[in-house]
Design a binder for this molecule. Structure first.
Ligand code: F6P
Length: 327
């Protein structure tokens, strides 16, 4: 089907992710190429509620592919969760004659998109942008690769000082509900242990591991703790360990929002360009209520509902591998 979409809007919502700008650029330029007019909405759904939008031309998105953050700014809108809020948002779209929407964000963004799209029968396509990678329907999300590299660079530096002072570091990595970033980056830095929300934390086992390391003359170590770890973050875990094992001087580093910033990696630029481009083609083909993703080498469109209810299981083989590789 070839729809008659003439005007679209694009917005970024939720936590920003490196590569969002590359995604915006791809959406805007593809739409213009397809003879559509494009509006950029500022501050996500909140900006939509307030009618805060401008028309974007091809030049408006020049020189942004390499920039972190989002030129459209982002927000988490409580008001969009209400019927009244969404009604205001719809009024602004109607007033501008906008036929369809492309939203860049994560699960919260797509939850809002799903409701809005059904409520007002307006075509919406999502582009997955989150450093947490907690969506199905795509192998990778935009921003994840860059964030992983940021974590690896930071932890490598911390390891230098850990070794110099014979210290044990507990490093907290972002991931409120998902441990992908912590797990993959932890493997990349050769962490002694990785604690994530998807797997229970056994303090006994951790201490046993540290004891073993000490017996084999390990003089320092790195424990990666995902922010959403059930037993607690890096401060809490370091305290629990210290109560029963005090052979090292212990330090805590919370990497925080630096993980969300920075120039996007090559992989994220490529993924954002491909997904932004295909999001517009999807709209043109009459798709709605779906997220565009990439699985293996193929572009796939999956219903919002499916990508949000993602399977939170983690690759157990990876956790086993961490144990083996850190002996
Ligand atoms: O972008 C996702 C995420 O980084 C989570 O891992 C983290 O818990 C959350 O965002 C923090 O977001 P904010 O700083 O916007 O509250």
């Amino acid at each position: 089907m070839n729809t008659n979409i003439k005007k679209i809007a694009v917005l970024t919502s939720g936590g920003d992710a490196p590569g969002m700008n590359a995604g915006i650029r791809a959406v805007v330029r593809t739409a213009i190429y397809e003879c559509m007019q494009v509006y950029g909405v500022y501050r996500g759904y909140q900006g939509l509620i307030e009618g805060d939008m401008v028309e974007l031309k091809s030049k408006s998105v020049g020189n942004i592919i390499q920039r972190g953050g989002t030129i459209l700014k982002s927000a988490r809108s409580e008001e969009f969760r209400t019927e009244e809020g969404r009604a205001k948002a719809h009024e602004h779209l109607k007033a501008k004659g906008i036929d369809a929407l492309v939203v860049l964000g994560g699960d919260g963004t797509f939850t809002g998109a799903e409701v809005f799209s059904k409520e007002y029968n307006i075509p919406v396509i999502g582009v997955p942008c989150t450093i947490d990678k907690d969506l199905s329907g795509t192998d990778h999300t935009i921003g994840y690769d860059t964030a992983m590299n940021t974590v690896i660079e930071a932890v490598d530096k911390i390891r230098d000082t850990a070794i110099s002072h014979n210290r044990l570091f507990f490093i907290e990595v972002m991931g409120r509900d998902a441990g992908y970033l912590a797990l993959r980056s932890g493997i990349g830095v050769g962490a002694e242990a990785i604690l994530i929300p998807e797997s229970p934390t056994y303090i006994d086992r951790l201490i046993e591991k540290l004891e073993k390391g000490r017996r084999s003359n390990k003089s320092s170590g790195i424990i990666i703790v995902a922010e959403g770890n059930e037993e607690g973050g890096a401060y809490k875990i370091s305290k629990l360990v210290k109560e029963r094992f005090d052979h090292y001087e212990m330090k805590v580093s919370v990497l925080g929002h630096m993980q969300r910033g920075g120039s996007p990696s090559a992989n994220d630029r490529l993924l954002a360009s491909q997904l932004g481009y295909n999001a517009v083609l999807g709209l043109k083909d009459g798709l709605s209520g779906v997220m565009v993703g990439k699985i293996h080498k193929d572009i796939k469109f999956s219903p919002f509902k499916e990508v949000i209810d993602h399977d939170a299981t983690i690759n157990e083989a990876f956790l086993k591998m961490v144990d083996v590789l850190s002996i």
